[in-house]
Design a protein around this ligand. Structure first.
Ligand SMILES: Nc1ncnc2c1ncn2[C@@H]1O[C@H](COP(=O)(O)OP(=O)(O)OP(=O)(O)O)[C@@H](O)[C@H]1O
Ligand SMILES: [Mg+2]
Length: 290
């Protein structure tokens, strides 16, 4: 089979994404479990969910990403590490369509060209992103936060007034269970611990049924126990989802027990298990030079 990577998303696929209803446009204002508009549309025939090739992003001449190439398999859990300013967040910005690369290729599956899709199209195609700071509605309970996440961009007060679509509350229960918040479902989210808020936010992504999850520093500021539980959660999510997690906490990365990619000055400088990359001379120099 010829390598289809490098082919733009077909016009029909891009049209399907553009024409797709907004999240929450289903009955009663909620989609019935997963608003990925074109489920199964991601072509995983090569088992690769994300493919970046020679991505360059320059800010006023400074190359935040410099011919970055990376490939993530379907169902894989991958940690991305690297010193401050290595380009980790910029990489996530490119994948989610927030930043357009100056050059290079970025594909979701074999055919969806991320460099030609808008941020909402990319989200609907199945990429969910968590920023470092939790952004849950503090006055609403975890359960209500998940309703709101289901409703997507619909006005959230409108959403609260609407009834729940069939299957929706079961899905909410399932996600609360997955992220370990069943017992906290009715408390105001503002009273949750920092770790619980992070898990709730992961739940708010999960309820949208993404194929690929991008998490930027999910354990910053968490207790040791919360960090451990987060690692356990992400390991559990892998398989059904592909998970890319950026983190500085090496103890956490060790607990993830997954392949590690090291970025430095916008490039990949090492890849392998944590012990292997930590023994790499370039990686040692980069970290010692901090
Ligand atoms: N919008 C922007 N304009 C100008 N420079 C930027 C912009 N965004 C990022 N940069 C620069 O690009 C480089 C990479 O930044 P990025 O945030 O991707 O690094 P990072 O690896 O996520 O770092 P950290 O570990 O500190 O979060 C940095 O030097 C940063 O200052
Ligand atoms: Mg960053």
């Amino acid at each position: 089979m010829s390598d289809p990577i490098g082919r733009p998303g077909t016009p029909a696929q891009l049209k399907a994404l553009r024409d797709a209803p907004e999240p929450g446009a289903g009955e009663g204002g909620f989609s019935s479990g997963g608003h990925r508009v074109v489920p199964g549309e991601i072509d995983l025939s090569h088992k690769v969910i994300l493919y970046l090739e020679d991505i360059t992003v320059a800010f006023d001449g400074f190359k935040a990403l410099n011919k970055l190439s990376l490939s993530i398999d379907d169902g894989e859990l991958r940690a991305i590490i690297g010193p401050n300013g290595a380009g980790k967040t910029t990489m996530m910005d490119v994948i989610t369509g927030k930043t357009r690369p100056d050059s290079g290729k970025a594909f979701l599956g074999q055919t969806l060209d991320l460099t030609r899709m808008s941020e909402p199209e990319i989200a609907r195609a199945g990429i969910g992103r968590k920023f470092q700071k939790p952004s849950v509605f503090e006055q609403a309970s975890p359960q209500e936060n998940l309703w709101l996440a289901c409703a997507g961009r619909k006005g959230w007060l409108d959403s609260l007034r609407q009834r729940i679509a069939p299957g929706q509350s079961e899905r909410i229960d399932e996600v609360l269970e997955t992220v370990g918040l069943s017992a906290e479902r009715d408390r105001p989210a503002g009273s949750l611990s920092h770790g619980q808020k992070q898990w709730l936010e992961i739940g708010m992504l999960l309820i949208q049924d993404p194929k690929l999850l991008l998490l930027d520093e999910p354990v910053a500021g968490l207790s040791d126990e919360e960090t451990e539980r987060t690692a356990e959660l992400l390991r559990r999510l892998a398989g059904n989802h592909s998970v890319v997690v950026v983190e500085h906490d090496m103890h956490f990365v060790d607990q993830l027990d997954c392949p590690v990619t090291v970025l430095h000055q916008g490039q990949v400088i090492a890849e392998g298990d944590l012990a292997t990359v930590q023994a790499d001379q370039r990686v040692i120099e980069v970290y010692l030079g901090r």
